[in-house]
Design a protein around this ligand. Structure first.
Ligand SMILES: [Zn+2]
Length: 256
């Protein structure tokens, strides 16, 4: 209804006595009854506006009328995160590089740029098919649990870490496998790190197959997991004297 679309609100309302009114001269006549009633409603709301001579300012409403504080922002973020996580908290592994921890953290929340997630955000990705197996859709759940390449990896990693056969329906299931690991506290830390590294190499293989059309096999991923987990464990944990031959037999050998 406004004739000039780039006008400011202050140019269309004026103060008459104690109330604000809309200057109707700038508007076209309402086209329909509904339009007319909405316009009248807007007029009534404008009349009710209160007016203060101060300049505008931002106000932090989260803690009532208290002043803004970082503490308050932190509380707000924690409140929202707790609602989303529904009780699941990712256990960070210090002997594994941050890039792997962060990737797994994002995977657990479904925040990886897989094709199904991109499509949800209206990004055209062509075929949704997983490039590694050409069978399922390229989703976080498929990639880490259902893809036969991932299943081959979990089968081998489960045996290597002496876990019972790994059956996972979502990433969260993989990130809780460490709880059944042998070898006490350090057994759990090592196994959890290996699971995180395994997810990292599955994700890398997926990216190579999507962006470089490089076909991979479960055996190559498993070899990478064993090699890099040995390297990181030797250089980033307290186990400086790790033996490669023993590591290949069991990553928990030093705990017995
Ligand atoms: Zn697949």
């Amino acid at each position: 209804m406004e004739k000039k679309k780039f006008c400011s609100v202050s140019a269309r309302i004026c103060r008459v006595g104690q109330v604000w009114i809309l200057n109707r001269n700038h508007f076209l006549s309402p086209m329909t009854l509904l339009c007319d009633s909405e316009f009248r409603e807007m007029e009534q709301k404008v009349e009710l506006l209160s007016y203060v001579m101060d300049t505008d300012r931002w106000r932090w409403n989260e803690d009532g009328n208290k002043d803004f504080s970082i503490q308050s922002v932190k509380r707000l973020l924690q409140k929202n995160t707790e609602l989303q996580q529904v009780g699941f908290v990712l256990k960070w592994v210090n002997w594994v590089p941050s890039k792997c921890n962060i990737m797994v953290w994002r995977a657990e929340m479904g925040r990886l740029a897989v094709k199904t997630e991109l499509l949800k955000r209206n990004i055209n990705v062509g075929s949704l098919q997983c490039n590694m197996c050409d069978w399922g859709d390229d989703s976080v759940v498929h990639l880490f649990t259902a893809c036969f390449i991932a299943q081959e990896v979990w089968s081998a990693i489960g045996k290597w870490c002496r876990l019972s056969p790994i059956i996972a329906f979502e990433v969260k299931d993989l990130l809780q496998l460490y709880k059944e690991a042998e070898g006490g506290k350090w057994g759990k830390i090592i196994v959890h790190g290996i699971i995180v590294i395994a997810c990292w190499f599955i994700w890398r293989a997926r990216n190579e197959s999507v962006f470089q059309e490089k076909k991979t096999t479960g055996r190559i991923i498993i070899a990478n997991i064993k090699r890099m987990s040995f390297f990181w464990c030797k250089h980033r944990s307290k186990f400086k004297d790790l033996s490669w031959d023993n590591w290949l037999i069991s990553p928990l050998y030093m705990l017995y």
